[in-house]
Design a protein around this ligand. Structure first.
Ligand code: ATP
Ligand code: MG
Length: 173
């Protein structure tokens, strides 16, 4: 669908916290089984973005499943959310303390079927499509995705999405 330009988006104001609840609940059992701590850092207020809820769920599912898959037993995965009112975007970051990604691989990980460290990727299973989907969806929303990684220390993915202006959100939501 992506390749054929057939992805359809239904963009409405959504509360990012609600989507995050859904994604986090899906991976909780996996996190528990690897004794991985899932930490959520976020402001108290609701975080409204203009987005397609199902697609953003897909983004979070992919980033969380990578973070958990590549984390060692007993690791820690952090979810961080912060509005940047100046630029009108909302940032969502997923970070782990896993093996990291070497700098030669970093420019390629968003390509379809690209897997850094093929031996490890094979062991952990996967086709190398998750991040290509994340990038496609983030950019279709007018957002971005970026990665920072330190081999041996961990990886952090940051997605930005357009925030909703307060008057975009009707009071009955
Ligand atoms: P799929 O998502 O299709 O199941 P995948 O997880 O291997 O397969 P991507 O999610 O696209 O594919 O990730 C591409 C590659 O980037 C991975 O194979 C891995 O080498 C690297 N990678 C992604 N996330 C992380 C992470 N959190 N820590 C270390 N390496 C990562
Ligand atoms: Mg993946």
């Amino acid at each position: 669908k992506m390749e054929a330009g057939m992805m359809e988006y239904r963009i409405v104001p959504i509360d990012l916290n609600r989507i995050l609840d859904i994604s986090v609940n899906k991976v909780r059992l996996l996190a528990d089984s690897k004794h991985i701590q899932l930490l959520r850092e976020q402001p108290k207020e609701r975080l409204w973005v203009k987005a397609d809820a199902l697609r953003i769920e897909q983004v979070l599912d992919n980033l969380l499943s990578n973070a958990l898959k590549f984390s060692p037993e007993g690791g820690i995965v952090k979810l961080h959310m912060a509005p940047d009112s100046k630029s009108g975007v909302l940032e969502v970051a997923v970070s782990d303390a896993g093996p990291g990604i070497v700098s030669e691989d970093l420019p390629h990980i968003f390509e379809r079927f690209y897997r850094a460290d093929p031996a490890r990727a094979r062991e952990s299973g996967g086709t190398g499509l998750g991040l290509a989907i994340v990038k496609e969806i983030a950019e279709a929303h007018g957002g971005t995705v970026a990665v920072e990684s330190t081999p041996g220390h961990g990886t952090r993915f940051t997605v930005t999405l357009p925030a909703c202006a307060a008057d975009d959100v009707s009071s009955d939501r």
